[in-house]
Write a protein that binds this ligand. Structure first.
Ligand code: BG6
Length: 514
């Protein structure tokens, strides 16, 4: 990582500063970076919103949100006030050219007060439909004229499908060079996701096993307990495939499957990830049913409390066929992974919040024990991303005692044993954008490839052809068909740790004395 002291004076311009993301994630990230001494020595945050507000009123709003959402609360009023003094509110109407003229004057005035032209970081925390108007105006007013100093951060969803993503890339390229564009996937900022690279390439003992010769299958789960909450309207146009699979799950998959980069140069890593996306086998419309399962949560009672089904959520149309759950199987057509299934699943209103990766190794080739292979668990390496943050290696061991019994055991590395306070994903990503390090952001080709992978599925589902939408009970693990998807190849969804019942049940005895 670059040295933070090298960050030039910076102005962060937040479009959508009164929105939900700004409230829950962005301002807490700015504040925590400030407390950690990671913000540039000279900086300003220009918060843009439609309504008229004073700086004082907006700063009040920020302080309330920090109390509610920041990992560091407002422990010292003095530190908060110092931070808040860097925030200015500016009324802005995205559609009006005049607003951008006023912004230009404000930016120039800040530069004057800094005594130099500051870096500019435009953060677009707004609906995708506004991107075109904003970037056209930035270009017209020449607000981002210096490629070495000016950057733009774009939130997901980046496009709606491959062709709209390509159009968006084309549009952005008229105002910004590729190295100025930071496309966020906040999963890449999570500590435990970044740790995948450290774990894979900082150790010599795992990499020789990391291929089709030793690995039987890979599972990636991102399950959420919550439903669509108040985002029904947005979710209707998204669905789990667009909202989660095309970005977060495929980015995790690239981290697991990529070749070793020769250095940590941004493009070196991004090339290796793009190679994985290119290697993902494209399927035909007829195969969609075979490779994918989609579901929608139905009403149920969770822990004694009734919860609505997706169709009863606000903003959802009657008879909607939007999926809230996806399970699917990928194959990678390259030397390392040929024939190894990568199963991924994601869903809302699942049994528990859990993001994990399970690397399942091949079973032992021959059993030395009289009980044969019955009851033997394959070795698994489990990387828990959240809320548990750990790495577990599962293996068989002799149960202490006179008879020869085996039982599964696991060695656990708990991420919290290193630190109790890890930065939030947005802190890492905002800091990297301030530093001008695009490694953890998606390049145009990555986004387009990821869309390309899901195109056939999107089309098949949109036409309601070749695939059914299965209902599943809120609070479960999705429709039964998701289990069948794995069972066809003798697999099952693995739990993300060994629990006591499993320890007891999996115990296998040879019945002989030593
Ligand atoms: C967002 C999706 O990108 O990620 C949401 O739009 C989802 O639907 C969220 O809830 C999950 O993020 P996290 O960090 O809470 O796992």
């Amino acid at each position: 990582m670059n040295n933070v002291n090298t960050i030039k004076p910076t102005i962060i311009v937040v479009f959508g500063a009164t929105g939900d993301l700004a409230k829950r994630k962005l301002f807490p990230a700015f504040y925590n970076l400030y407390l950690d001494g990671r913000m540039p020595e000279k900086f300003k945050i220009l918060a843009l919103g439609r309504a008229e507000r004073s700086d004082a009123l907006y700063r009040n709003h920020v302080s309330e949100n920090l109390i509610a959402f920041s990992r560091n609360k407002i422990a010292s009023t003095e530190a908060y006030q110092q931070f808040a003094s860097h925030i200015n509110y500016l009324q802005n109407d995205i559609d009006h050219e005049e607003s951008y003229q006023i912004m230009k004057q404000k930016l120039d005035a800040i530069d004057l007060s800094f005594g130099e032209r500051a870096n500019r970081l435009f953060y677009l925390s707004i609906a995708p439909s506004f991107i075109e108007t904003i970037t056209n105006n930035i270009k017209k007013m020449d607000l981002a004229a210096n490629p070495a100093q000016d950057r733009i951060i774009i939130e997901k969803p980046f496009g709606y499908n491959k062709s709209s993503a390509m159009l968006l890339n084309e549009l952005l390229s008229q105002t910004f060079k590729e190295e100025q564009i930071y496309r966020i996937d906040h999963y890449l900022g999570k500590e435990t996701v970044q740790n995948i690279l450290a774990f894979r390439f900082g150790n010599s003992m795992f990499e020789p096993l990391w291929n089709r010769n030793f690995i039987d299958s890979v599972q990636i789960t991102v399950a959420e307990e919550v439903g669509v909450e108040d985002r029904g309207g947005f979710y209707e146009d998204a669905g789990a495939l667009r909202d989660m699979i095309q970005n977060h799950l495929m980015q995790i998959l690239t981290m697991v499957a990529m070749e070793a980069p020769t250095s940590l140069q941004a493009d070196e890593i991004r090339n290796r990830k793009a190679d994985v996306l290119k290697a993902i086998r494209r399927i035909t419309p007829e195969e969609v049913k075979h490779y994918t399962v989609r579901g929608q949560y139905d009403k149920a009672s969770i822990k004694g409390k009734p919860v609505s089904g997706y169709l009863q959520e606000k903003g959802v149309v009657a008879n909607s066929n939007t999926e809230t759950f996806v399970a699917m199987k990928f194959y990678l057509d390259n030397w390392r992974w040929q024939g190894v299934p990568f199963y991924v699943r994601t869903g809302k209103r699942m049994k528990e919040k859990q993001s994990s990766i399970v690397i399942q190794f091949k079973p032992v080739p021959h059993s030395t024990f009289s009980f044969g292979k019955e009851g033997m668990m394959p070795n698994r390496l489990i990387i828990n991303i959240q809320p548990a943050m750990d790495i577990r290696l599962q293996f068989m061991t002799k149960k202490p005692g006179l008879s020869l019994s085996l039982k599964p055991a696991e060695m656990v590395f708990d991420y919290f044993s290193c630190s109790t306070q890890s930065p939030e994903a947005y802190e890492t990503l905002v800091l990297d954008a301030l530093l001008g390090d695009p490694t953890l952001f998606m390049r145009s080709d990555q986004v387009e490839e990821a869309w390309d992978v899901v195109t056939t599925i999107q089309e098949a589902w949109e036409n309601d052809k070749f695939s059914s939408l299965y209902k599943y009970e809120a609070g479960g693990w999705g429709p039964e068909e998701a289990n069948k998807l794995l069972a066809r190849q003798g697999h099952e969804w693995a739990s993300n740790s060994l629990n006591d019942v499993e320890l007891e049940e999996k115990e296998v005895a040879d019945g002989k004395y030593f």
